[in-house]
Design a protein around this ligand. Structure first.
Ligand code: ATP
Ligand code: MG
Length: 422
């Protein structure tokens, strides 16, 4: 591959359009100094070339962090030394923030941390990045620098490691997961072969990663464009199972995505995780530990799994009465999650029925038990345990009767409560 790195090439319109941003221009202007250079680097260029609006713009510069701070402040911008030891300063311009990082070169890497020193060479900075499509740089005049063949890989939708994949993975094992995630987001076809083999050979290294980092990457992977294809491939290689501590089911994720297409709920990363590997409440606890889920997240999964238990093995959607019972017992969120998962488990056929079921759950009022202990005491039942028993019986009959709310039905149910002497 011919490198366009040395002199650069004229950037396509999709990239020069980035310079229409006043805030970005003000940062460039603040950092402009004879003999120094600043460029846009990394993800923003990749995103723009794929036609996606970049969600953040990172800059690389030959200026040292202290100079970045002094110059941006002198220009009336705010500078926050967010990662000064790594050379990163966050610059606030207007409503936007830009990460400005001094060029770096690795001195030593141990798989998790890299010892770096500041450098002045954009080519070296590009070579220490992970994938060719993440290593472009763009100078303010509109010159694009591609030292690794990233442009061609973007056109071909190929996610390729820069350099020798196994070596690059050994420097930082997170790159295995980033490889999966970027392949799912931007790649076409199967995973790059050399990258995939390197990931398999180096999979033990995943054990060195913190669970928080694994969680962050996996949840992004599950929401990526080709999540199912990549998950299927890496499941086949035995790479996903150890990370989740349960046997993942990509076919179920595929069905969940098909069901939820455009409908919103299935785009939730947690629900996608559930589709991949949640069957029973204990799975939620295992996932909580594995991926350091928050209590709220783990509770959502556990509640969904509890609600799902009654729906296991059914191909037809539950009727309205059963749906109301789900709402009453588990709450709306768990009921909706469980019905989505149950549909993903069901044999396809009654798509319309499942849609009705979901719409019902979204719209119906959550039933509330219209009785309390006081109603039972008023019947003359006063002993603690007997009150509880009577209330439970009353609740069961109220559910059986179809969750009535009218006074006549409620009085009748109360009349039917068996009385005890004393
Ligand atoms: P996004 O923010 O959309 O996830 P991104 O490409 O901006 O994508 P970041 O994690 O923000 O990803 O990293 C910014 C850039 O830094 C990347 O484009 C890549 O060039 C480089 N980079 C990030 N993490 C690594 C890594 N672990 N190894 C090598 N280079 C990396
Ligand atoms: Mg980024």
């Amino acid at each position: 591959m011919r490198s366009t790195g040395e002199q650069g090439i004229a950037a396509p319109d999709a990239l020069t359009a980035l310079f229409c941003d006043e805030a970005l221009l003000s940062v460039f202007s603040a950092l402009q100094l004879e003999g120094e250079e600043t460029r846009i680097v990394g993800g923003a260029l990749r995103d723009a070339l794929f036609g996606r609006p970049p969600h953040e713009i990172d800059l690389a510069t030959t200026l040292f962090p202290e100079a970045v701070i002094t110059r941006t402040k002198a220009a009336g911008l705010r500078a926050i030394p967010t990662g000064i030891q790594h050379g990163t300063v966050t610059v606030l311009a207007g409503q936007e923030t830009f990460e400005v990082t001094t060029l770096r070169e690795d001195i030593e890497t141990d798989g998790r941390h890299a010892e770096v020193r500041f450098g002045r060479d954009f080519r070296i900075d590009a070579l220490r990045r992970d994938f060719t499509m993440n290593a472009l740089s763009l100078a303010p005049g509109g010159r694009l620098f591609d030292y690794t063949g990233g442009l061609a890989d973007i056109v071909a939708r190929k996610v390729r490691f820069i350099g020798e994949p196994e070596q690059r993975i050994k420097e930082d094992y997170l790159r295995i997961l980033r490889f999966f995630r970027f392949s799912a987001d931007f790649g076409e076809g199967l995973l790059d072969r050399a990258g995939r083999l390197a990931a398999i050979r180096q999979r033990e290294g995943l054990g060195q990663l913190s669970r928080e980092r694994i969680r962050a990457e996996l949840l992004k992977l599950f929401c990526a464009r080709k999540a199912v294809e990549v998950c299927s491939e890496i499941c086949g290689d035995g790479l996903l199972h150890p990370l989740l501590a349960s046997a993942p089911n990509p076919a179920r994720l595929r069905r969940l995505i098909a069901i939820g297409e455009g409908a919103g709920p299935a785009e939730n990363p947690l629900l996608r995780l559930a589709a991949l590997c949640l069957a029973l409440p204990e799975d939620a606890l295992r996932l909580r530990d594995r991926l350091r889920l928050s209590n709220t997240e783990a509770e959502r999964l556990e509640a969904a799994a509890r609600a799902l238990i009654g729906l296991h093995g059914r191909d037809e959607p539950p009727g309205f009465h059963d749906l109301q019972a789900l709402l009453f017992r588990h709450g709306r969120q768990a009921a909706v999650d469980a019905v989505l998962l149950a549909e993903a488990d069901a044999r396809p056929g009654n798509g319309g029925g499942w849609v009705l079921a979901r719409n019902f759950l979204f719209e119906a009022t959550e039933p509330r038990l219209p009785f309390s202990g006081a109603d039972v005491i008023a019947l003359g039942i006063t002993e603690g345990r007997a009150i509880g028993e009577a209330l439970r019986g009353l609740q069961a009959r109220w559910i059986e009767a179809g969750f009535p709310t009218d006074p006549a039905s409620l009085t009748r149910l109360l009349d039917e409560v068996p009385r005890r002497a004393g």
